[in-house]
Design a protein around this ligand. Sequence first.
Ligand code: AMP
Length: 451
Amino acid sequence: MPFSSLGLSKPLLDAIADQAYNEPSPIQAKAIPEVLQGRDVMAAAQTGTGKTAAFTLPILQRLQQSPKPVGKGNQARVLVLTPTRELAAQVADSVTTYSRHLNVKSAVVFGGVKINPQMQRLRGGVDVLVATPGRLLDLHQQNAIKFDRLEVLVLDEADRMLDMGFIHDIRRIIKLLPKKRQTLMFSATFSNDIRKLAKTLVYEPVEVSVSPPNSTVDAVAQKLIAVEKAQKSEVLTHLIKQNDWFQVLVFTRTKHGANRLTRQLTSRGIEAAAIHGNKSQGARTRALAQFKQGKVRVLVATDIAARGIDIDQLPHVVNFDLPQVAEDYVHRIGRTGRAGASGEAVSLVSHDEFGQLADIERLIKQVIPREELEGFEPLNRLPQSRSDFGTHRKSKPKHSGSRGANNKSETMPGSHKRQSKNPKRRRKPSSHNKNDGSGSNSIGRSRQRVG
Ligand code: AMP
């Protein structure tokens, strides 16, 4: 199906052509016509599915159809809320990219940087404002932004917003917005908490879903290397050097672990940078830019900091530590195998992480293929995985009680708890449910679109 059949205007089709996208991704094909019609939408889609364009393109068209001077009073016509600064910056980049042939004023605001330039940018109003919740509330308190004329609200990665403890900020923001508006909610999964929040937010929403919850991206080759905990950084060094890997995204569980690993890699001649919640915004942006430019070979990240990072064609993701929450494994490996590229996700797993491994394999309903590296065979053997998924009781995922606001969510050193090894508004929008259950949904899976 071509983009032109979705009812998008020429300036938007031109911007899409500039990006060399061949055809809409499944979430775009389903969401764009609904948003164009002014419907509220609840969309289950992860990063990597093309979700940003799925809401940005039709919103830009609606703005263009009823041009209004943003005029006096620091008003915004569209507000996109994101959980992290990185994601805010990325969404704002997409708005700029897709609106390049339109006359649209956009801005992005997030914490960790000076507020004054942001206040100046908002003076005179903006069409589209992309924001993280805390900084937005600060700006509102200082009268730098007003919402009396807001037309569209987008909650991006709503599940992660709740995980990060933003629920109170979100509720405060919603109270400031006009009741009559269009609301779009994007979330990787629709948990009960998300549905509860949705009841206060969306009106007769159309539900679109393109990613069966917790499925892994088929384009990603997954593998597990059983290792001794103390040898993980040596094993990683060996893998990077031996295979001549470039652009490796490595996940650690803690900020402390990210810093330590970065130091170790650097001391062994591998350029590496860390990105996590304790780093200043400047340092995070710099690290990401250097990584994208190939100046830094390895980016070591914690889950929260990496959420939403979009690096095209990222070939290698390494789980240096397995995540505490099994769902994060899916998010992590979703960083690779994008846009038709094949990717590889390698997990270094030590004996003490077997509980987490069992939770992940149960979630993705597959046993991850295992290897041992010659010379690095673990002394403490990793127990065999079970493959009788679904027949034994699932242990409750540990959210480690840590997902508080302000990026405190990254687990602090020493707080690791081993998981069980033996885990024996009211309307049902289902009439609009557009889940085709095809399972072939992410851009990575469909392998069709890279121009
Ligand atoms: P997102 O899920 O919004 O983070 O998008 C993931 C990546 O897919 C981004 O690099 C987009 O530029 C790219 N993308 C979005 N839509 C398409 C499309 N229709 N075809 C190919 N790539 C796309």
